[in-house]
Design a protein around this ligand. Structure first.
Ligand SMILES: CC(C)(COP(=O)(O)OP(=O)(O)OC[C@H]1O[C@@H](n2cnc3c(N)ncnc32)[C@H](O)[C@@H]1OP(=O)(O)O)[C@@H](O)C(=O)NCCC(=O)NCCS
Length: 189
């Protein structure tokens, strides 16, 4: 029998972190970015291990370290649990703290649990969380080809802010760009 609940993500809990990474690995969901968000201190080693053929110069290393520093702050989040197994997660970062918006860095629901309202529930929970901590709202970036997610955000109160290229790294760790939509959810005060 299913026993679904939502609990707070604890960034000191290795089981939480490793389960998220396992889900992202299994479903090929932003696994490198998620790793960087969850284990920023281990990211350089991870990248070296993953791309053994890439020459990792000191300047490349510094570029990565400053990119990580600027793109991750404290990580908050919630986990969707079914019988003690993590089947979904949402992670938020406060690196835009100066404007009091939280960035939703990732939302993921296991495919077997989609289209049941759990994504909507996660948005409701993080919106309460933002309100409680006196944030003004939530921002999210989403590649324009992720039609399902865009539809989901628009249906759940996010508004389109802009469309612009987002930088990412290709398999040789070279910078590349992909079109992304940036959306914003304003907390009703
Ligand atoms: C985007 C995502 C998080 C949505 O999660 P979800 O749990 O499926 O979301 P919901 O169930 O709340 O809503 C999805 C659909 O299910 C419908 N739904 C909700 N409850 C339902 C129910 N009880 N029965 C049937 N359908 C239902 C919703 O109306 C919605 O359908 P619609 O878009 O046709 O209106 C999920 O698809 C996902 O993890 N995608 C992969 C990761 C990803 O791309 N993340 C975003 C990166 S930017």
């Amino acid at each position: 029998m299913s026993n679904i609940k939502v609990i707070e993500y604890d960034e000191n809990n290795t089981y939480h972190k490793d389960s998220i990474i396992e889900l992202s690995e299994t479903f090929n969901f932003y696994k490198d970015d998620i790793y960087a968000n969850i284990y920023p201190e281990k990211t350089i080693e991870y990248i070296k291990h993953k791309f053994p053929n890439v020459v990792f110069t000191n300047s490349k290393k510094n570029e990565f370290l400053s990119m990580l520093k600027s793109s991750t702050g404290k990580v908050y989040g919630y986990l969707l649990i079914d019988n003690n197994k993590i089947v979904g997660f949402v992670l938020l970062s406060d690196y835009q703290n100066f404007i009091r918006y939280l960035e939703m860095t990732f939302i993921f629901i296991h495919p077997d649990y989609r289209n049941k309202g759990y994504g909507k529930l996660m948005i409701k929970i993080i919106s309460h969380f933002c309100n409680k901590l006196n944030y003004n709202g939530i921002t999210v970036g989403c590649y324009t080809d992720n039609k399902e997610a865009i539809k989901f955000y628009l249906k759940n109160g996010f508004l389109l802010e802009c469309i612009k290229p987002r930088m990412l790294y290709d398999d040789n760790l070279n910078e590349t760009y992909k079109k992304a939509m940036y959306l914003i959810y304003n907390i009703q005060k």
